[in-house]
Design a protein around this ligand. Sequence first.
Ligand code: IMP
Length: 422
Amino acid sequence: MSCKVVIGAQWGDEGKAKMIDYFTRNSDIVVRYQGGANAGHTVVVKNKKYIFHLIPSGVLHKDKICVIGNGVVVDPALLISEFVSLEKDGYDVGKRLYISDAAHLILPYHKALDESMEEFRAKKIGTTVRGIGPSYSDKCLRIGIRAGDIFDMKRLKEQISLVLRLKNLKLERIYKKDTYSDDEIMNILKRFKKVCGGMIINTQHFLHESIRAGRRILLEGAQGFALDIDHGTYPYVTSSNPTIGGALLGTGLNAFNIDEVIGVTKAYVTRVGAGPFPTEAKGEEGERLRVNGGEFGSTTGRPRRCGWFDIPLLRQASLINGLTSLALTKLDVLSGFKKIKVAMGYRVNGKKIDYFPASSLYDADPVYKELSGWDEDIARCKKKADLPKNARNYIDFIESHVGVKISIISVGPDRSHTFKNK
Ligand code: IMP
């Protein structure tokens, strides 16, 4: 049995797609388990850049099966456009993609409500405006539309009509926004049925059968630990659980099915949108990290906030997820820094703490340790021994203070820039 989970260990954008691409080689099935088109997973293959919002990036490997699990919220229009463009590029997605019949859909009113809520809030979250929160809210309110609902168009039409009465009332009366007609929404759903109907199955059953048949499964997380609705910096979080619990709920697999949990972390930290970020580097250092790392959101294009590695954050990510190893990405971005800061703990209201206080991070002042940097370009390094001494020290330092083995190191954007840390 082999079931690995790849989880973001920071605030998302850790380079998960590249790691998933790496692990896909030894997997048969790749499964997305939560989030939606708020994610933007970038993979570079032979200088061609692919950005995936919904379809698991494993689809670039021609013999792999991809699954969109029940925990994902699916925007039908976006899924179709991703599907069509991949098919145009020669990928036979239609034969290799399954969509859970229990996955909830994101419809235009969800996006309109996401935007309206952002305008309404005194303190903006800075959502991706992809309708993620409103769709998960409908799921909890039990008025969501699920992928499998398209197989009974008569019932679906009645449900849409009911839901739209509520949504239009809200959009028109509270937010003074345009409303949607039943036909408009039904046309989207009919097209979804036409293009994707053949891919919609009971994925929970499929995954358990696959495990029984000895197929190797890779679970692909979106966002990251500190954006988790339960464990992250609430309310500045996403509306799902990117952590290990979400991986189980969003696929129907159980804890005994999982045998590896790989946390992906950048060699520094980034965050998109609002919310506490104690190790944020605001001046010239932050700008340098942003420019060197190309830190602009792949979904929204927004500049990412950048800062220094945070040990308590990683330790907490490890505890919550039961990380069995770490993949360290973008180490090359630190080349050229004379000194590299690492937060060892925080001072909160005059008291020193060494854990991640998700709810009081606004008042947390990081306590830094400074390590010596390196000047060399490390993109051509193929093993740890090729790295400059200070880069090796940096890796060892993180590993020993987080308490989790760094098993993979990435020193550039391409597939070839990744090696095992033996
Ligand atoms: P939402 O997920 O669109 O509701 O946005 C909630 C928060 O999560 C915002 O701060 C977003 O910037 C952040 N967020 C959502 N998806 C991602 C992601 O894939 N990477 C990084 N941040 C994300």
